[in-house]
Ligand binder design. Structure first.
Ligand SMILES: [Zn+2]
Ligand SMILES: [Zn+2]
Length: 156
């Protein structure tokens, strides 16, 4: 029998784990819980403040009991989308940062992401939209090497 101990690496901000240190570092740089994140969609830095009223112990208990329709969470999502110019990752970062559990928000990351790329002709590497390094990746796959349109390689 052989045994092998494999090192695992974890994101400092959200706890996401993986076996590749580079991959986790790449993730951390844009993690929606990282206060110093650099967004790979829109290029903005940090977690946008969009003014969602933070939960109190009481309001959280209420929502847990009555469900997400007990408050105007749709308006919060719209506020976040508007403040971030409909960036899917920045909207997600703002919603996560609000203190509410994510299930309360009528927000489908995949849909907003699809709309974002569709508006940009499906070209994830078009630098004219401020994003030059976001690869349309499957996060469970291998580390991507991403070439910018100008031929240089993104360093992650
Ligand atoms: Zn993370
Ligand atoms: Zn963004």
């Amino acid at each position: 029998m052989k045994t092998k101990t494999v090192k695992r690496f974890y994101c400092e901000h959200c706890g996401k784990g993986g076996q590749s240190a580079r991959w986790i570092l790449w993730h951390e740089a844009a993690c929606t819980k990282n206060p110093n994140r650099v967004c790979r969609y829109c290029g903005e830095r940090g977690i946008p403040f969009v003014g969602i009223e933070r939960p109190t112990e009481q309001s959280l208990a209420e929502v847990n009991e009555l469900g997400p329709n007990s408050r105007e969470f749709k308006a919060d999502v719209e506020k976040a989308l508007k403040a971030t110019d409909e960036c899917p990752a920045c909207t997600l970062a703002a919603l996560r940062d609000s203190g509410w559990p994510m299930w309360v928000f009528p927000f489908e990351f995949k849909e907003v992401k699809a709309a974002w790329w569709e508006e940009r002709n499906g070209d994830a590497r078009d630098p004219s939209h401020g994003v030059s390094c976001y690869p349309p990746i499957d996060e469970s796959g291998p580390m991507p090497m991403v070439a910018r349109v100008d031929g240089t390689i993104c360093e992650f």
